[in-house]
Design a protein. Sequence first.
Length: 276
Amino acid sequence: MAETQNNSECTEESCAGCAHADSCSSKKTDFREPANKYSQIKRVIGVVSGKGGVGKSLVTASLARKMIEKGYTVGILDADITGPSIPKMYGIHDKAAGTEEGILPCIAKDGTRIMSVNLLLEDEAMPVIWRGPIIAGVVKQFWTDVMWGDIDYLFVDMPPGTGDVPLTVFQSLPVDGVVIVTSPQELVKMIVKKAYNMARQMNIPVLGLVENYSYVKCPDCGKEIRIFGESHIDETASELGIPVLGKMPIDAGLARVVEEEKFYEAENPYLGDAEL
């Protein structure tokens, strides 16, 4: 949307894909969708990354486990439509059931309520070959059509980058804040800033950074080996004025519960400072 447009030229259709829709001088439009009438969700947290391959889904599930252990009711909305991994991590292969009132999320053994496109496909191994607007529409339906029930925390596992789906989530859901997931490489510092700046442009608070793959601990001597180089997360967080919520190593225990599809048993001690 060009900045020269006046109020009469701004419509929901013209503004829906604009990163400046919430800050331009034109008349502001609220694009947020109403939640399903059987959903009472107190807090919505987006988990984002500027690039793929940083373990965003692992961090999403770990934050969900942290809240479960504190006694909260938790849900995970898997918005990574083309690369869904949350159900398999929890060993969920059943299909989501539906009623005239909406879709019921699947429930993991620790009580986490989960909705993902894999729970709707006939064959979970089939690729989702959809264009951006269709994917964005499905994500909105996971908010409007799923009967989440009473939930304290709904974590939204977003696809990497700053494209259609993150934009849809930021505009359509009442996101209370985002957690940015990164890795130690110097290049990632620039990528973190992209995710941070997108959230700020959409007026979404950034709750903090989580660094994954920080190091691997030698099983013999206990030395921390930084195979991806020295961490830059502290200086990046300081520059942006946001906290570091945790530094996660490559942990064989976490890898095992993912491989065994038993993330409902996972314990992640590396996110002790994560206050959401």
